[in-house]
Design a protein around this ligand. Structure first.
Ligand code: AMP
Length: 175
């Protein structure tokens, strides 16, 4: 497993000062371009999805890539949580805090029902605001979040704390 983790780490490129000065962007495009590594990452994510889970929830945009592949592998549906104004039918919205200012995420009101159990997927957990807003949206529909899965976690930003009692699994952690 240590060799596998090293291999995955090598497939993630650090891009300093993107999208703004001081941010080290974790670029997953080399991982996606490597068929073997991409497939192995999705299979590892699948190990953390219980057999009683009804759907995968992917967060725009890079969460769609891993979420769709995971849903397809497990034979589950994909629910999309999107940036404002992208979903065409009636939505629930949740506002959340960014480093500077606020942002909003939306889900279709009929995407899930009371009693549904889901797993939320995104590429990266930083401060946790994005994932916490997604958990709120799922709960607004009466559904339950079984776990949040991430390919990468920036542990030094303490994103797990923002997710409270939700189970969190990350494949690669940066301390
Ligand atoms: P946060 O809400 O702070 O946990 O930020 C998580 C979201 O922002 C994810 O959808 C990531 O794709 C993106 N993100 C935040 N920080 C980075 C980073 N350093 N590199 C790549 N993506 C990031």
């Amino acid at each position: 497993m240590i060799n596998t983790l090293n291999w995955w780490h090598e497939c993630i490129r650090d891009v300093p000062d993107f999208p703004k000065p001081g941010i080290v962007f974790k670029d997953i495009t080399p991982l996606l371009a490597n068929g073997e590594a991409f497939s192995a990452v999705v299979s590892e994510l699948a190990c953390h999805v219980g057999s009683d889970v009804d759907a995968i929830v992917g967060i725009e945009a890079r969460g769609f890539i891993f979420g769709a592949a995971l849903a397809q592998q497990l034979g589950l549906g994909l629910i999309t949580v999107r940036k404002p104004g992208k979903l065409p039918a009636n939505v629930h919205s949740v506002e959340y805090e960014l480093e500077y200012g606020m942002d909003r995420l939306e889900i279709h009101r009929d995407a899930l029902s009371i009693g549904h159990k889901v797993v939320v997927v995104d590429d990266l957990l930083a401060t946790g605001g994005t994932a916490a807003a997604t958990v709120q949206l799922v709960r607004k529909l009466g559904a339950e979040v079984d776990a949040c899965l991430f390919v990468i976690e920036l542990s030094f930003l303490n994103g797990k704390k923002a997710l409270g009692d939700v189970n969190v699994h990350s494949l690669l952690r940066y301390e």
